[in-house]
Design a binder for this molecule. Structure first.
Ligand code: UD1
Length: 417
């Protein structure tokens, strides 16, 4: 365990690049289990959740190897369809293995992922969708068991465009005997990345990125090589770090079209942005402009994963901003820590009212979840004096080289064991 020590007040300047997307690599690693061969996934960040996915793949009988940012998964030897409670509890998104393992093995058994730092995380939409394409799913005493029934595909409408439910359904439907039409599907870039990987494996999917995805089942899938897309939330984090310090930074290996809502919010907050082929340059002044109302929405709306980052930025704006969180009910935990650093934020239900202050001051604060933790680091970069952030294992779940990247941009930030 370590804490992050930050001496704030340094303006970030320089350039850095963005690693592969956690939320792409996790479902893609789950999808490798569908292949009767070897897949090579490039651009895999070094994150605990990636290690956990590899452990799950090994427990299922796959052979895995990591060399640098490349992970190789040989799924020709899959022998098990059960995932232990210990592995399921390490990572909520392990539920994305449900569709893939059932489609590959004919059955799957794993524990219910349960709640997490962001509040209840139900999987009712995953289960309902899988049942509609002919998978029998039973829930007993915290365990989910699935078995292929009349596995013909069908029409599925999601009541909410859940990212995980869309991914689970895609990974199951690729092997069914007929066609599946999914409506009100999630449109996140990670869904397109999964479609691209599955199609390289021999699947027949189209429509990812729109609200209707069509999948024609195929009898078998082979291994494929794929590079995951850049992490749009890491890009958002670094841009907000540049903005909160009044900096001038250039991000390389960014897909700007994936972060349009974040770029629009940063522009509203007064940052100057220059977007090129795969780079974004941000220049900002010390006092952002307030934003009247910023509402988190499913993609292409403003991402809930960037909400805490904008909250930190707007805490030093020249006026009052309001943020509405519509995706998760418990996603304002970082606000009390920001207030300890001098921010003036009131939360009421799904709203955060942020009265901008001219300065933050360093304090000892604890990260309670991944993006909220990153937001505290950003506040520390801006604050006068020293900030110590504990609970850093949450932050490590989503950032491979956060501290090194901030240091390369000129931040005074270090790990203290
Ligand atoms: C994914 C992302 C996460 C991001 C979220 C929303 C991964 C690994 N994680 O999470 O970083 O914050 O999308 O963009 O990709 N819901 C239900 N029933 C369900 C499923 C979801 O009620 O069966 C609700 C959730 O409680 C939540 C909302 O739907 O309120 C969104 O969840 P979902 O889109 O499924 O998020 P995840 O896939 O878990």
């Amino acid at each position: 365990m370590y804490n992050i020590h930050i001496t704030g007040g340094r303006r970030l300047c320089g350039s850095t690049s963005i690693h592969g997307a956690k939320n792409s690599v996790l479902p893609i690693l789950a999808a490798t289990v569908l292949a009767e061969g070897t897949s090579v996934i490039k651009g895999c960040p070094r994150l605990n959740d990636v290690d956990c996915s590899l452990k799950i793949l090994e427990a299922l009988g796959c052979k895995t190897k990591r060399e640098g940012d490349t992970v190789t998964v040989d799924a020709s030897t899959v022998a098990k369809s059960t995932i232990s409670d210990a592995l399921m509890h390490k990572m909520r998104s392990s539920i994305t293995f449900l569709g893939a393992v059932t489609a590959r093995c004919g059955e799957a058994k794993m524990s219910f992922p349960g709640g997490c730092e962001l509040g209840p995380r139900p999987i009712d939409l995953h289960i309902k969708a899988l049942r509609q394409i002919g998978i029998c799913v039973k829930e007993t005493c915290g365990t989910v068991s699935a078995k292929l029934g009349d596995f013909r595909g069908g029409r599925v409408h999601l009541d909410f465009p859940s990212v995980g439910a869309t991914e689970n359904l895609m990974m199951a439907a690729v092997r069914c005997r007929g066609e599946t039409i999914l409506t009100n599907a999630a449109k996140e870039p990670e869904i397109c990345d999964l479609q691209n990987f599955l199609n390289k494996m021999g699947a027949k999917i189209c429509g990812a990125g729109t609200d209707e995805i069509r999948i024609i089942g195929v009898p078998r899938l082979s291994g494929a090589m794929h590079r995951v897309i850049p992490d749009r939330i890491v890009a958002a984090t670094y841009l907000c770090a540049g903005a909160i310090t009044g900096g001038d930074i250039l991000l390389r290996s960014v897909e700007a079209s994936h972060i349009e809502a974040v770029l629009a919010a940063l522009k509203d907050a007064g940052a100057v942005l220059a977007v090129n082929h795969d780079t974004v340059r941000l220049t900002a002044s010390m006092r952002p402009r307030p934003i009247n109302l910023l509402r988190t929405m499913p993609y292409p709306g403003f991402p809930t994963d960037a909400q805490a980052l904008l909250t930190a930025l707007l805490s030093v704006a020249d006026g009052t901003s309001v943020i509405e969180e519509t995706i998760f009910e418990n996603r304002f935990k970082h606000c009390s820590a920001l207030c300890r650093m001098g921010a003036d934020i009131t939360t009421r239900g799904s709203l955060a009212i942020i009265r901008g202050v001219p300065a933050l001051s360093g304090a000892k604060v604890e990260a309670c979840e991944l993006r909220g933790g990153a937001a505290l680091v950003l506040a520390g970069l801006r604050a006068e004096g020293e900030t110590i952030v504990s609970g850093t294992s949450h932050i490590d779940r989503g950032y491979d080289t956060f501290l090194e990247d901030m240091q390369s941009l000129g931040a005074q930030i270090r790990r203290i064991e």
